[in-house]
Design a protein around this ligand. Structure first.
Ligand code: HEC
Length: 134
């Protein structure tokens, strides 16, 4: 029995329980509901980022000072999805081009993850837009 089930078991067998137990159960339950909406797409794009970008830019996108630029504070990332797509298609300095290595759909997924989740920038890019740049 894991922690979540334990809380539920306790609620079911011993009645409503304390206010704390109730809030823990509610917190867990809302996480479950939110998670079922948000997790799948986020997980796929995060996985793509971790596999293709994190070796250099690090898991949190903060990079390594003077070696790999931070994507969190990058003006390019904050600017637009198209700007980032050009960096991925053309490559830059030591960074290889991902043209041919990643599909437009995977590039769009990574770019949207980096912009929304790491740099808190608005606006999504589509795979069709990236196709049109090639
Ligand atoms: C082999 C290491 C490496 C990998 C892998 C890599 N990058 Fe980079 N990236 C760099 C380096 C180095 C630069 C800086 C290049 C320069 O300006 O000379 C850079 C620059 C960038 C920039 C421009 C940042 C700015 O503000 O100028 C973006 C955006 C970027 N990378 C995104 C990505 C994404 C997204 C991925 C994964 C698909 C990725 N990179 C994979 C090394 C890497």
């Amino acid at each position: 029995m894991d922690g979540n089930n334990a809380i539920f078991y306790q609620l079911q067998t011993k009645g409503p329980g304390s206010a704390l137990q109730q809030s823990i159960a509610l917190f867990w339950f809302s996480g479950l509901i939110l998670g079922s909406f948000l997790t799948p797409a986020t997980l796929a794009s995060e996985k793509l980022f971790l596999e293709n970008c994190a070796t250099c830019h690090q898991k949190d996108g903060q990079g390594i000072p003077k070696v790999y630029p931070s994507l969190v504070t990058s003006e390019v990332v904050r600017g637009s999805g198209v700007d980032v797509a050009y960096v991925l298609l053309i490559g830059r300095g030591e960074m290889p081009s991902f043209k041919g290595a990643l599909s437009s759909a995977d590039m769009a997924s990574i770019i949207n993850y980096v912009r929304a989740t790491l740099a808190h920038a608005d606006g999504e890019i589509t795979a069709a837009r990236i196709d049109a740049l090639q």
